[in-house]
Design a protein around this ligand. Structure first.
Ligand code: SF4
Ligand code: SF4
Length: 355
């Protein structure tokens, strides 16, 4: 068996569901990304818009001149549906990608094992660089180039037999491997379900997202306040949002629960109890979310989100905790707590009359 085929067989034994190879060079569809940045759609995510990062995204050899091949691995993280919400405990939903272990760490470890394999098998030392959402690499564009699927209107990579609940990781190597053919077709057709279902209507006709309005951006990346006009759309999403993937027919038909132990839901997830988040100190947050992608929001972001969800759910049982946050020294958390208390108050007035 040639080296690339043995590499793929080994990758599957490591838990990768898909693996493909592209030749290192200019990034396909980098122009679209640059237009998106120029149009100011990256909101406050400065790491996406810095000139040197744009330059590196244009060609993987700008990132690492020795790169000769781009190996793209994908792991299915779908772990089923949300359990029904509990009536007695106000909870916030966590996007599926954060139900299990932090994918950055899991995929990095597996790609390291793949690089070790190449070093054993290639007949010469092989050097590599690994990227799992951790550097200026357009992973999805490379996944299409390596034959793994197409980019849907919701901007996710979709595979015709697995759907889009896929983590992507990139291994650049200084070894020439025969490239796979790029994925040939776009199978979105006339479907517009993701566009219609998005609660903030942030999916644009050119298949890019208006990040500023996307709940994933607002609840994970954004450090400031959640704009008032976006709070109702957050509903009960405390971390991320899966709506544009849930409605996609390719997921409805083909997403199958992963057997990967690392991506099984952790205790207390996929629905986080708001009282737990609102009652947690920094040390408890760090311990609870060790090796979890939820750490990305930081405790302050997660508390801010929990306050918004508490308001949206009109969660009266959380009043004492909300009062505490209203007296916090952080003005953003104070304001979000006051907003949540007002929502609860309004709901009570509607129910009982002005009294
Ligand atoms: Fe819209 Fe949610 Fe998808 Fe963002 S993640 S584009 S808010 S449906
Ligand atoms: Fe494409 Fe429809 Fe899926 Fe959106 S919901 S990504 S349009 S197939």
């Amino acid at each position: 068996m040639v080296l690339k085929e043995r590499l793929k067989a080994y990758a599957r034994s490591l838990g990768f569901d898909l693996i493909g190879v592209a030749a290192a060079g200019p990034t396909p569809s980098a122009d679209r990304y640059e237009e998106w940045v120029r149009a100011g759609r990256a909101a406050t995510m400065a790491y996406l818009t810095r000139p040197e990062a744009i330059e590196k995204r244009r060609d993987v050899r700008h990132l690492w001149p020795e790169a000769r091949s781009v190996i793209v691995g994908a792991m299915n993280y779908y772990a089923g549906d949300f359990p029904p919400p509990r009536e007695d405990v106000p909870q916030g939903r966590v996007a599926r990608y954060a139900w299990g272990e932090d994918y950055h760490e899991v995929l990095r470890e597996r790609l390291e094992a793949l690089l070790e394999f190449l070093n054993r098998e290639a007949g010469r030392p092989v050097r590599g660089r690994i990227y799992v959402d951790t550097g200026p690499v357009l992973e999805r564009a490379w996944a299409v180039q390596a034959g793994l699927g197409w980019i849907g209107k919701n901007s996710m990579l979709i595979h015709p037999r697995l759907g889009s609940y896929l983590f992507l990781g990139i291994l650049l190597v200084d070894l020439e491997l025969e490239p796979d053919p790029p994925f040939p077709t776009d199978h979105c057709g006339t479907c517009t379900r993701c566009i219609e279902a998005c609660p903030t209507r942030c999916i644009r006709p050119d298949r890019t997202l208006e990040a500023e309005r996307c709940l994933s951006y607002l609840t994970i990346e954004r450090r400031e306040e959640i704009p008032m006009e976006r709070r109702a759309a957050i509903g009960d999403w405390i971390f991320g949002c899966d709506i544009c993937q849930e409605v996609c027919p390719w997921n409805r038909r083909f997403a199958r629960p992963t057997a990967e132990p690392a991506f099984q839901p952790r205790e207390g997830i996929p629905r986080l109890a708001l009282a737990e988040i609102l009652g947690m100190d920094e040390a408890a947050f760090r311990a609870r979310f060790r090796r979890s992608a939820i750490r990305r929001a930081k405790r302050r972001g997660l508390v801010r989100n929990a306050l918004v969800v508490a308001g949206n759910l009109r969660a009266r049982s959380l009043r004492p905790l909300l009062e505490r946050w209203r007296a916090d020294e952080d003005p953003i958390l104070q304001e979000h707590a006051a907003w949540a208390l007002e929502r609860i108050e309004e709901a009570q007035v509607l129910l009982e009359g002005p009294g």
